[in-house]
Design a protein around this ligand. Sequence first.
Ligand SMILES: Nc1nc2c(c(=O)[nH]1)N[C@H]1C(S)=C(S)[C@@H](COP(=O)(O)O)O[C@H]1N2
Ligand SMILES: [Mo]
Length: 513
Amino acid sequence: MVKSRIWGAAARVRPWLPAFAVALAAGLAAVGGSYLSVGRRPAFVATPIDRLVIAASPDALVTFAITQLGTLGHRVAFLTAIALTAVLLGLAALPGAVLLQGRGSVSGASGVRGGALVGVAAGTVLPGAVAFGLTRSPISSAGTAAGAGLVFLVTAGTTLLVGTEDVALGSLGRRRVLGAVGSAIGVSALGLFVRGTGEETVPSGLEIPEDARPEVRESLARARDRSLDVEGLEPLVSTDFYEVDIANVNPAVDREAWTLSITGAVEEEVSYDVADVEAMDIEDRFVTLRCVGDQLNGRQMDTALWSGVPVERLLEAANPQGDRVVLRGADDYYNEFPIDALWPGLLAYRMNGRPLPRAHGAPVRALVPGHWGEINVKWLTEIEVRDEETMGYWEHRGWHGTGPVETVAKLWQVNRLGGGRYEVAGHAYAGTRGIEGVEVSTDGGDTWVAAELSEPLPGDDVWRQWRHEYGAGGRHDVIVRARDGDGNLQIPEQDGPKPDGATGWVTETVRPQ
Ligand SMILES: Nc1nc2c(c(=O)[nH]1)N[C@H]1C(S)=C(S)[C@@H](COP(=O)(O)O)O[C@H]1N2
Ligand SMILES: [Mo]
């Protein structure tokens, strides 16, 4: 009984499968068309869906993606959003596909052409309208409509040309479904070819721009010269700066329209534009950032030479009355912390001698000395001064990452020099406390020796490199620990990043090769 009912249902659905396939192909082509027209920008039709996906994701999943997957997590989440958007736009295209499928029953040449045309029109306009509802961008919506429309044209094309004579064309045959899928893949591939993945290449600290200010060139050259000469070890200015964002599509803030407002518990609300900020004296600072979600020996810790204006200069004019601040970014990210931490901060608009990349917060981001990365708000638009404490974006999700960083020594490089000789090296960071020393044990913690340290770079909030060379017989355990500028040893107790940063000493088993 049940079996036959299922069979009955399947038999009823079956004739419509080609229509579903064409609609899905149109949905994919619609996403591809939008991407081709605007790239990985807020106007891309999958961006709003991406936001919904992230908002709906359980905190544990978001935490896992950020702390374990990094960039890979972003890619997976972004592809998920794209797939969902293709399905959504495919549903919008379905009425068109059904009309196209059904047009075979209309008799007479003009009837057939008319039916097909209505199908093509519906399959084009409906996804376009949905895109406009999602993005409010005419260009992106036109791209969406064009992508879907192309699939419908390819699908209907043969019939329109041949007319009614060929009755076998009265349904969406396999060949036309293949044509639909093929053109959808074509549009998407073209979008990828023209726009790339949308992942920005960020200036490496090793390339010193010709046109940078002499001070910047000098500082970057100094950082290069002071970097320890260890094969495979990242220099003092990172060549590949990590990125942590709440969204998969970064805001594209219009420099000309951008303003930064200082609001709330202030004597006078003030607002600055790019010209105001750039008119002030520029200052260069080496600053290290580390995400609170970084694993103990993870890679979400990097250093750049940032240029901008001290926060102080902008804050003073507002004369703040409260002792807390909320910083807000153009991506609706926000973070809250004591105003005392913000006063010594920098509002950066250049990075390693180049304009601040979009990925790192263009046109202006905050850099707050010594605290976890999350309060260094990117695409900064507002500083709200408050009397009372409140929670930031990550606090609402169970993190306590607004305070000063934990001390850490990373073990990022193990080089086998031959003849039983080894070289181990890494970076150590303790925020504004500074690094006084790094100690290494190559016998599992029985004995400790001081590692060689890189010359400190100017700055109150910057890492140092360490290196140690030794001989060993066989397999052995290397442990590293840093001592901060106050003389405190790095916390030995092992603990994961959530909620307030990883602790413990990095340990690695080294085997001879
Ligand atoms: N507007 C905005 N600012 C932000 C974030 C964000 O998602 N949006 N991420 C924060 C986090 S968690 C970290 S660790 C740092 C990372 O800065 P980076 O991406 O330039 O490395 O930016 C912080 N500022
Ligand atoms: Mo972070």
